[in-house]
Design a protein around this ligand. Structure first.
Ligand SMILES: [Cu+2]
Length: 386
């Protein structure tokens, strides 16, 4: 017995955690399929069926052609005209910028709130739909499986700077001082974090000529300052910067940490809090970890980070983890909501409920109830993760 467990502990614990994560994903998938089967047996058709179900996959599992199709549809969105009125966001120059403007605009109402998970589920879905409906994309939103990249983001197929990546690292800037990450406007001491292996403009890959049009809005700078335009929705064109930081990804987003998050968050409050790093714990959580591991501008910007297209793959993975967590105890967790409508309830606001409506601004008109955002196979959604 003791020999066996000794041997077990010398196995790579990351491999073990990845294996267990895949089991959890498999179980969530099976339960989802089962639920859809039952629905059709009961002639309760709904709009999501086994036939219309879509599958979001790991970036690694995509062929190069599939990766390129996804990237090309993003480049397409960055060429289409915006729908956000000039008066609201003068810097919104493309359809892609509608997403950036919405996130900047709503940032204090969609982070550390009861809406955080559901709002972002809806937001990335409207992005996926825009790629399909406005740019002819026929695939699905691929996710960034962080744990596979903790040793070298630079060699990740997502960030390696190749033609089939979303561009890679920024040009190396030596001697960048540490980051100091405050928690919103609270008095909680800032986290001190290292900078990465880049820092400047991305130098290769499909996004080399992409222009970030808005922000900075709440950009953590090496050395500790927060950079902010007086109006972050104004036009401020600049290159996409990255500063890939493996150590941040390794400590916050390794497979074991993610597995632990799913298995040891008994209720929605602890799950969403741990996902974003519990205040005062000194942890970033998987959410901040992924964003800050990309680094740069707007990767390190709490408000403007959708300006880095890595945002979509990162949040797709967060949504996947939520989906897996929900299916660990669907009855208790499918419709679980906790929190209010403001960042750490500052200023004090009403509790988020299933009847709370959220919106994505000029990304897609109208609003939608939280209730309709809780299942990936109900309301507007019809997808699972592999
Ligand atoms: Cu966000």
């Amino acid at each position: 017995m003791s020999m066996v467990s000794n041997q077990d502990s010398t196995l790579n614990s990351e491999d073990t955690a990845l294996y267990q994560m895949n089991l959890l994903a498999r179980s969530a998938l099976d339960l989802t399929l089962h639920g859809l089967e039952n629905r059709s047996l009961n002639h309760d058709r709904g709009s999501c069926t086994l036939e219309t179900l879509r599958v979001r996959r790991d970036w690694r599992a995509l062929t190069e052609r599939e990766r390129r199709a996804y990237i090309d549809s993003i480049l397409c969105l960055q060429q289409l005209p915006p729908q956000t009125p000039d008066a609201l966001a003068a810097g919104a120059k493309t359809r892609y910028d509608d997403f950036l403007a919405t996130h900047i605009n709503q940032t204090w109402h969609i982070h550390r709130t009861g809406t955080f998970l559901a709002w972002h589920r809806y937001f990335i879905y409207t992005f996926e739909e825009a790629l399909r409906n406005e740019c002819g994309y026929s695939g699905d939103l691929p996710y960034w499986n962080w744990g596979s990249d903790i040793d070298s983001m630079e060699q990740s197929p997502l960030f390696d700077g190749s033609d089939t990546s979303i561009s890679g690292n920024g040009a190396f800037i030596p001697n960048q001082p540490d980051l100091r990450i405050p928690l919103g406007h609270t008095d909680i001491p800032p986290l001190i974090l290292p900078t990465g292996t880049g820092g400047g403009c991305v130098t290769s890959g499909p996004l080399t000529n992409y222009t970030v049009n808005m922000g900075p809005s709440f950009l953590y700078m090496p050395g500790g300052n927060v950079s902010r335009m007086s109006n972050p929705l104004d036009y401020n064109p600049r290159c996409l910067k990255r500063d890939l930081t493996n150590s941040i990804l390794r400590s916050n987003n390794n497979h074991s940490t993610v597995l632990n998050l799913i298995q040891n968050s008994p209720d929605i409050w602890s799950f969403e809090t741990n996902t974003q790093g519990a205040p005062g714990s000194g942890l970033l959580g998987i959410h901040g970890g992924g964003h800050l591991a990309m680094g740069g501008d707007p990767g390190r910007d709490a408000d403007a980070n959708p300006g880095d297209p890595g945002f979509w793959n990162h949040h797709s993975m967060i949504d996947r983890i939520w989906w897996m967590w929900q299916y660990e105890d669907l009855e208790e967790r499918e419709f679980a909501v906790s929190g209010t409508g403001t960042f750490l309830n500052e200023p004090v606001s009403a509790n988020t409920t299933l009847d709370t409506h959220v919106n994505v601004g000029f990304v897609k008109r109208g609003s939608i109830a939280m209730r309709d955002l809780m299942s990936t196979t109900a309301g507007p959604f019809c997808y699972v993760y592999l």
